[in-house]
Write a protein that binds this ligand. Structure first.
Ligand code: 6R9
Length: 651
């Protein structure tokens, strides 16, 4: 607990307050403070009002049915997500407005107006239909950040198929696991992807992943071309451009979906080795995403919105695709790394497209800090009027740097707390109404009831840490875990009946501001990406040399947390540098590069309680070089001294 409390003390002594400027307040979409009280007094009425910003084919007749842990929102309503994100804008003055400004890593770029995007989505919907995809079928999408990724997502939505996007950084094995769980029949991928000038072998991974699954067809986007060396399996694989050329140029009719029909699955890490397929609904999710853009991000028709997240994560789903597009925004989408071919790439993009709203993660901000303020200073960032942060707790230093060097000391910052499970930002300032405090996510957005509870389920005293929970249902909440409702019930509603347990620790200060402390479960947050300790542990013990493994997240200056693996090897195995390297690569092969352990520490034994539970907190203390506290529950206290020594040697 000591590191967390130290960090918290530092945060709570943070007394700087940044109220919105009068100019910002005056122009903000949400600038009447009574919205908070109104929404709290009658959340259903508030959400029903927000739902009017979408186009419904048939209106809903009831706002909410709440049978904990199951919520149904906008009952009886029919709508289509792709129609709301694209087609309805084609019918009005936004028809020729830029929907997506896409920047490729090698320097190529493309612009899609809403009308152009609509035609591409229609063609892709025809292709999916041609490949046998029907309403309710699952389509797995494994693509780089190219326009076809957004187009594929929207084409699934148009048909009423359920998309499951798998981040391109995941390995063939992770992809396979997700394809199997979703029982997908079609996979959309690319020949390869560009990353820092090199290639990510997406097609080769896909070939390995689909063998023996229900996938019958693989639709392949040509991104790299010949040089990718991608091999096509006749009868199963078809190139996107070749099939597209054969499709009718007619609109594909938008499937009227029930508000509660599933829009997508998105896999995320939990406390067991098996990732959870988070299920989101069509109506509630879209209302949440759309509202969030207008409220937290103060979106106007003149804005150019740049969210740096990959669509493979929930942030990309909500803030690259569904939120900004349903709100009719111009979205910037970037394919590559922030430092390719140079460290000013993001700022070059901001300048080129006149980005007005910029949304990124603390880990990126800390990286930019390391690279130095002279890099962004070379670009004209004066178009930026609002900035956001998401993914991990933002330290006040990073906040101040962001404020000064990117926001010109002028643009408000919205630090947004939310999760794959919550669908959109839950605790975040409305920038025209709420003063920011660096390091705090401020207060729940209107219509959301959050609290911090103790072990017994009572609200903690001010300033004390506890479990971050959401006490009332909200439209964009996850509906269940794909094919595992029991796990949904247990993981999120098992501790406090009827109350959603986020899995984060938090405190509330005297102004009612929330300060998020980080995960309280066995989930590590590396550069804003969630990784389960169990997933990494199972990958390690899968290696023939490993007897046992315990994985923890230790604090890391740039990544927030880094993965440290403590490993015991089997009899007769030499635990050396070469093996450590091999094990790291083994984890990359099994899960993906994002799960690569920062360090592997070989030890003769792991510290365990007498009931044989690995003492992770103790391992974290060791990895972070803290003094060891009470170890009397340890089966063999001698193990610690041994471990501490080893860790130092390894450092
Ligand atoms: C959107 C997203 C969710 C976890 C969450 C928490 C951490 C996200 C945060 C934050 C502090 C913020 N988290 N935003 N912690 N301040 N503003 O990141 O979803 O990938 O599911 O991760 O990320 O620990 O529980 P996801």
């Amino acid at each position: 607990m000591s590191a967390e409390s130290n960090q918290l003390d530092a945060l709570l002594s943070e007394s700087r307050v940044f109220p919105p400027s009068e100019a910002f307040r005056a122009q903000a979409n949400f600038n009447d403070p009574s919205v908070y009280e109104r929404a709290a007094a009658d959340p259903e009425a508030y959400w029903a009002e927000q739902a009017q910003h979408l186009t419904w084919f048939e209106p809903f007749t009831k706002v909410l049915e709440w049978d904990p842990p199951h919520a149904k929102w906008f009952i009886g309503g029919k709508l289509n997500a792709a129609y709301n994100a694209v087609d309805r804008h084609r019918e009005g003055p936004r028809k020729n407005k830029a929907a997506i400004l896409w920047e490729g890593e090698p320097g190529d770029s493309r612009v899609y107006t809403y009308d152009m995007l609509g035609r591409e989505v229609d063609r892709a919907a025809h292709m999916l239909h041609h490949l046998g995809v029907r309403k309710g079928d699952r389509v797995t999408i494994y693509l780089p950040m190219i326009p076809e990724l957004a187009i594929s997502v929207l084409a699934c939505a148009k048909i009423g198929a359920i998309h499951s996007v798998v981040f391109g950084g995941f390995s063939a094995k992770s992809l396979r696991e997700r394809i199997l769980d979703a029982d997908a029949r079609v996979l959309i991928t690319a020949d390869a992807g560009w990353r820092r000038g090199g290639q990510i072998p997406l097609k080769a991974n896909a070939d390995e992943a689909v063998a023996g699954t229900a996938v019958e067809k693989v639709l392949v986007v040509r991104r790299v071309g010949e040089a990718s060396g991608a091999k096509m399996t006749p009868g199963r694989d078809v190139y996107w451009d070749e099939l597209a050329a054969q499709m009718p140029k007619t609109p594909y009719p938008a499937e009227p979906m029930d508000a509660e029909d599933v829009l997508f699955l998105l896999y995320t890490s939990g406390t067991t080795g098996k990732p959870k397929g988070i299920v989101h609904s069509t109506g509630g999710y879209l209302v949440g995403a759309n509202t969030s853009l207008r409220s937290v991000f103060d979106l106007k028709d003149t804005d150019v919105f740049f969210c740096t997240a990959d669509i493979g994560w929930v942030t990309g789903h909500t803030y690259v695709v569904y939120g900004p597009l349903t709100a009719g925004a111009t979205v910037v989408m970037y394919e590559g790394a922030p430092d390719w071919p140079h460290r000013g790439r993001f700022w070059e993009i901001v300048e080129k497209y006149g980005v007005t709203i910029f949304y990124t993660a603390p880990t990126s901000i800390r990286t930019f800090m390391k690279w130095g303020p002279e890099i962004p200073a070379q670009y004209d960032l004066s178009s930026i009027r609002l900035m956001g942060s998401v993914g991990e707790p933002m330290n006040p230093e990073a906040w101040m740097w962001y404020h000064e060097h990117i926001g010109g000391g002028r643009a408000p910052i919205v630090d947004t707390w939310w999760q794959t499970e919550t669908g959109c930002a839950m605790i975040a300032p409305l920038p025209g109404l709420v003063a920011a405090k660096p390091g705090s996510v401020t207060r729940p957005v209107p219509g959301i009831s959050a609290a911090v509870l103790d072990e017994e389920g009572n609200p903690v005293e001010l300033g004390h840490g506890g479990y971050l929970v959401i006490t009332k249902p909200w439209p964009s909440m996850m509906r269940t875990i794909w094919r595992d409702d029991e796990r949904f019930r247990r993981s999120y509603f098992g501790k406090f009946p009827g109350v959603y347990l986020a899995g984060d620790g938090a405190r509330v200060d005297e102004d009612g501001y929330f300060w998020v402390l980080g995960r309280i479960d066995d989930v590590i947050n590396v550069s804003g990406h969630r990784i389960g300790t169990m997933e990494v542990e199972s990958a390690l013990v899968d290696h023939p040399a490993v007897a046992e493994a315990a994985v923890i997240g230790r604090s890391h200056e740039v990544k927030g947390q880094a993965i440290t693996a403590f490993v015991t090897v089997k009899e007769g195995v030499t635990a050396d540098e070469a093996l450590a390297k091999e094990l790291k690569q083994h984890v990359v092969d099994k899960i993906g590069a994002l799960a690569r352990p920062e360090e592997i520490i070989f030890t003769a034994e792991l510290p365990k309680t007498r009931s044989a539970k690995i003492m992770r907190r103790l391992l974290r203390d060791i990895a972070e070089g803290r003094v060891i506290g009470d170890t009397t529950t340890l089966a063999d206290p001698g193990v610690i001294e041994e471990l501490k020594k080893l860790y130092k040697e390894n450092d």
